[in-house]
Design a protein. Sequence first.
Lengths: 721, 264
Amino acid sequence: MASTTSTTAPGAEGVLQFQPLQSTVDSTFWMELANNKLEKYRLSEEPCTLQGYYTPARSSAVSAPLQLTSTSLALDGDAPSAAPGGPQPYIAWGSLYNVNTLDRFKSFDRERIMAKASEEIWCDIRSGAACANPALLNRFVVYTFADLKRYSFYYWFAFPALVPPAPMRAAQIGSLDAALGADLAAAVVQASESWRGACTDATPAPAWLVWLPGTNRSSEITASPLTDWAALQERDGEVILAFCDPCNLPSNPGWPLRNLLLLAAAQWGSRAVRVVCAREKAGRLDPTFSLMVDAVLPEVPAAWPAAADHPPSQEVEDPAAVPAMAVPKTLGWEVNARGRMGPRCVDLGPTMDPTQLATQAVDLNLKLMRWRVLPELNTEMLAATKCLLLGSGTLGCAVARTLQGWGFRHITMVDNGKVSYSNPVRQSLFEFEDCKNGGRPKAEAAAERLKAIFPGVKAAGEQLHIPMPGHNVSPQEEGAVMRDVARLEELVLEHDAVFMLMDTRESRWLPTVLCAHHEKIGINCALGFDGYVVMRHGHGLSKSTDDVAEGVGEASCSSAPRLGCYFCNDVVAPIDSTRDRTLDQQCTVTRPGLAPIAGALAVELLVTLLHHPQGDKAAADTASSEASPESPLGLVPHQIRGSIAHLNQLLIHGPAFKQCTACSPQVVQEWRTDSQRLVMRACNEPKYLEDLTGLTAMHTEVDSAMEAWGDEDENSDEDDF
Amino acid sequence: METDGTLLGPSTFEECCALFAEAWENTNAGDGSVWSWLTPSRRNGEEHLAAGFLVLERFPIFSSQTDGANRDESLSWEREQEGLLEEYPPLSSRTLQEDSAVDALAASAHDPQRSLKFLDLHIVYSPSYRVPVLYLRCYRSDGKELSWDDFDGILPSKQEKKSQTLETFMSQEEHPHLRRPWFAIHPCQTAELLCLMHQQAEGNFTNNAQELLSTSCPQSSYISSHKTAVGNRRSTLLRYMLGWFSVVGAAVGVKLPLEVFRQI
Ligand SMILES: [Zn+2]
């Protein structure tokens, strides 16, 4: 394997080594190909004409590639269209073979298209067409498969180079001014530039001749087309071959010289030729960067190649398919990004897929918040935190939207209602259409809308009825109710944070028990007419320690007392609050600005809590902790009570109540012992929870417990739904 | 002169761009890459934009083989697919022969071309800040654009892990002319960037360039105070552009050679 880059390698003494062309495809080309595939080619696999662009090497660090852009496909054999910006590039003509499936791509007969291109090149050399138009020597082929579902493109380029009867050799290689002297080199460059400047063709010829006057140096150095070769031989002087060289290396010419030298050997019978490899600096041909190669060429007889040299793949049964003349062997398949022989693959999803574009933009937005304001912000953690929203009404919609704003990616909406005509004006995830025909299930409609707003979210909707204490369950209903209980428990287990956003007080009971049992973060949010309460539940009761046995009103493992839940300040068990109300009273009667405020606060509370080093075991911050909050995002209070009428907001905290009907060890222990018995008795026996927790028997303790809520104001207009 | 202290009007911006592009090309600052002025047809509602913007396309940059982007790339889905396709169909004898052709330069393991990426830089006029804004995108030779995370190990300010890194200044914004999301060095941070430059001056600039730029802080009102002669105007505008670009350009790894400051 000739993995060497040096001309001094054993066995390769003096062999002229060419740097292969390298393809560069602009993303606009792939977008254009995708459009054409959808609107023009459809299922056709007919080849189409391409124009590729290349320039002389302009940077000493990197060779000039063959470039495809959106304009490469804009024609089909017509005049070349506008090329990309900068000085006019050279054009190479290509054939694009786009296939319809990956399997077709894998089994594509690439040797056939290579053979076809090399035959065309060889015919053009032998016929003299390539002499008149040297761009024909730079034909290329590419075959592609556009996976438009994945926005991925597979492709393989070949830059066909006909293999001469024997390797070409270099007697000498060096920079142009070293070989000719500065003055002569400058004159050669000058002549080449003015010849190119005078060229009016849309596609400048990538190869030309430079004539140096002989012994009598009175004549001027001139540049002229390849077709002048024979005429120039008659004059006293030297004819030098020049070409646009995309290669940047100091001792190798670029790929386009291969076919050009073969033309010189085959058509002009040259056995030795001097070549200028024209390269640019600062927009002009540069005599120091450009090379001079003294090439030694093999003999190419008129009858070469013999039919025996024919590549086997072209020996087909059908004699008509055999080309009119034998064609030399060809090489030129491009290596892939790993440097091996094989096709390339590019995934343009991040550039072309609108969903991925939206995801990146949302991520970046949050990262900017981190970089500019909050270095501690852990956006990855928020994206990974799974949120369960119990209730998909005004609060559920407000919470979900704010979660999306923070970059939460897992949101499950739960509700058992349907969208009604009064909902959309207050519930930001619904529209009029959702209300028709009896209304769509709210949870499902809300989840769908979350995905419509941002397709990067993993949103699900679940229609579920949550059993409530005091709402009687008949023996016939028991099975169905327990299935709902089991499903709710599964949902709680699958998520990290549970938002309780329902419109009845007692529907929050079971989720509160489940959060305490499974140690999930519980966030509760309730609205009055013009007041709200947003609170986090104290952390759950660990199954591994003896929290339950000890009774955890006091500190267990940390110095901070466990905080209370939504029911901790109740001295009565939750009962059916809807029973004695008219339908109107069951509807949410709140000031419309309240739900967005409270919903947003609930999410902000969760985000701040998640950044607290102690998480949901964090002690309750009060207004006095303002100076040095432990969470980088600010205070983590236990409860926020606010009034829109008084435009005030209070931070309140209270420990877990030992006789709480939802989060106390007695209730959690009973759940762990027999969850069905607990739920059924709570639903059917009004006094059961009070008996279980000792409320009934320990009425006197209630007063002292209430005193613990010392700083709580008499916010009696706060109501629950 | 339609400048207001350090702020540019749209037509002065165009003038600045022409001077900058000329100085760049005269000194081959881009090693062959040159700026061109693009004038897209203006749509309704774009009257406040400058008539065009300055474009440097396909500016080659190299990333080291050990950086994060390349590590990720070798594990990417794309490279995996390519690995699968190399084995299917089995290489023909011709391809094997091609692989060992004596006269084709084989890609070497340390081929710099392999870790080559390209930058497109656009200098766009910001009507709200009345300053030039640098927009950029970076892509591989197969056309794939680099995401924010891929910039790791490519752009110098992310490599150096300075306290004030590029991400402080760079964001994704809609390109005002192309109406697509591009990365941009946000103009509101230009002053901070200049301060950062002065801190890092030893690393990036010689004292000479520093001196040439010493009067070019955009916070000073030197533009309006140099209104006198035509020659002064030219050097004032050029100094402004070079001062600005020496900061934002360095942030994305495009440094100005010293000679370019002699064009002032
Ligand atoms: Zn409780």
